[in-house]
Design a protein around this ligand. Structure first.
Ligand code: ZN
Length: 478
């Protein structure tokens, strides 16, 4: 078994907290009570264990944002309708490996007093089998990373080793990133997968299910893990922060959850960083903005309004100021995309579908209403494309600030509100970097010159070849 390496080093010691502990707790590592109790010490000693590992889910009920998977898997376990192979598919950080280990516990749990004669949907976490799986020392549960063990020899060795009767109920093979196996390795696996010994269960995890051969897919019971919603993530990390004796402001939790993009692991890693940077055990929205290189909403809305209204001096000087204070150009553009997305849903009347739509009392609703009047769907699509292209350009550009300038100017040219065919030169003598609408005389001139949308669209089409890739708009047709 020398080539079968564990995915992760062993974790901290497990305690024997009874499973009857408050089940309404956030889905956290109830079993890691030992570590949780000493969390203050952990922060200062070298054996600090990352939150993402300490708060790994231990039972199906702990899994966040996967209700369909939990109910199907629970039913399968209760009814005994269990396949030889399970396939867990989903993007990174959604809990595939955690689910695999939970499933291993469900299959092998003997119960506290050895009363479990068959698999269970709620493992006791206290029997030897549960404990050994938690500490990754149960020889009957093998974890292999297929990304680094993808050859046919790895699979042959694995299969040779699973033929003997296990000490536990099942011998369980967890293959992570299974899509990375070579064709020969898949073929070697297939024979065993067709007729495995009755005591063998395979659990495959993959981030790329399209790469799996149909012959493998058809032999697996498949479960899809979904991205976790921002609300669920925010609520989860708030609970974790509380357990760590930190105060996480609700808007700080929302920002962290948004940055995690549906991944529980990323959300906890970001929380870890935020807690480290916090002062007086409190994490504010400003802490998180600073940490993530985010800009305050008011600044972003002002900047976008400057762009739409072609106030070029205010736009570029403000962008420069934000950049100098740590704002990330990528993040500014991503925030613009969020605004454009919301405006688009608003324009087609489907904003109720939006997961994180602004509240009724959102301070920026006036902006949204104004822009909703001014921007139609073709303009919004054009803005979207320009910014998406801008994000790509930012990665290639040698100077991020210069690239941001250029992208912002493209947005100005695509804005439907004012005519900007004469690019505005920005006088360096203007002392005020603060956004004052129309303060710059040249900007004022720009605002006075309103022209029909058709004409602007043509300007933009000529200025940017990009527009050929855009969806056709009525105004662009000759
Ligand atoms: Zn157990």
């Amino acid at each position: 078994m020398s080539s079968v390496s564990l995915l992760h080093p062993p974790q901290g010691t497990m305690t024997s907290s009874p499973p009857t502990q408050n089940q309404t707790d956030p889905p956290e590592e109830r079993n890691a009570g030992n570590l949780n109790k000493n969390s203050d010490q952990d922060h200062t000693n070298s054996s600090y264990v990352a939150l993402a590992r300490r708060y790994r889910p231990q039972t199906l009920d702990d899994l966040i944002g996967q209700p369909a998977l939990v109910s199907t898997l629970s039913y399968a376990l209760k009814s005994g309708r269990l396949a030889h192979a399970f396939l867990l598919s989903g993007v990174r950080g959604t809990g595939k490996t955690s689910t695999a280990r939970i499933l291993a516990k469900c299959l092998n749990c003997t119960g506290e007093n050895q009363q479990n004669q068959s698999p269970t949907s709620s493992p006791c976490l206290t029997c030897n089998s549960c404990k050994d799986i938690h500490e990754k020392r149960l020889l009957d549960v093998l974890e292999m990373d297929a990304a680094s063990h993808n050859g046919v020899d790895h699979i042959r060795e694995l299969i040779d080793n699973i033929q003997y009767q296990p000490q536990s109920r099942f011998r369980i093979i967890i293959l992570d990133e299974v899509h990375m196996l070579s064709t020969a390795a898949f073929n070697a696996l297939l024979k065993t997968l067709e007729e495995p010994p009755a005591f063998v269960k395979f659990i495959f995890a993959t981030t790329n299910i399209e790469k799996l051969p149909p012959t493998i897919l058809s032999r697996c019971q498949r479960f899809d893990l979904h991205r976790v919603s921002q609300e669920e993530l925010a609520s989860h990390i708030s609970g974790v922060a509380q357990k760590e004796h930190y105060t996480l402001q609700p808007d700080a939790a929302q920002l962290l959850a948004r940055a995690a993009e549906g991944s529980v692991r990323d959300a906890l890693s970001l929380l870890d960083r935020a807690l480290t940077l916090s002062q007086n055990q409190a994490v504010s929205k400003e802490n998180v903005q600073l940490m993530l290189g985010l800009t305050g909403d008011a600044e972003i809305f002002n900047l976008f309004d400057h762009a739409l209204n072609a106030r070029t001096h205010d736009l570029l000087s403000n962008a420069r100021r934000l950049f100098m204070t740590g704002a990330q150009p990528q993040q500014i553009l991503k925030d613009f995309l969020r605004i454009i997305h919301h405006l688009t849903l608003l324009a087609v009347g489907t904003q109720s579908l939006e997961q994180n739509a602004p509240e009724q009392d959102d301070p920026h609703n006036d902006y949204y209403q104004k822009w909703n009047q001014q921007l139609d769907i073709p303009r919004l699509s054009r803005l979207w494309s320009i910014i998406i292209r801008g994000l790509e350009d930012l990665q290639k550009a040698p100077d991020a600030m210069e690239a941001l300038d250029m992208i912002l100017m493209r947005i100005v040219f695509a804005a439907p509100l004012t005519h900007t065919s004469t690019p505005a030169s920005t006088p360096a003598s203007n002392p005020s970097p603060e956004p004052h609408e129309g303060k710059n005389p040249q900007d004022q001139n720009l605002q006075k010159t309103h022209i029909p949308q058709d004409s602007i669209a043509k300007d933009v089409s000529q200025a940017f070849p990009l527009s050929t890739a855009l969806p056709p708009t009525t105004s662009e047709n000759p």
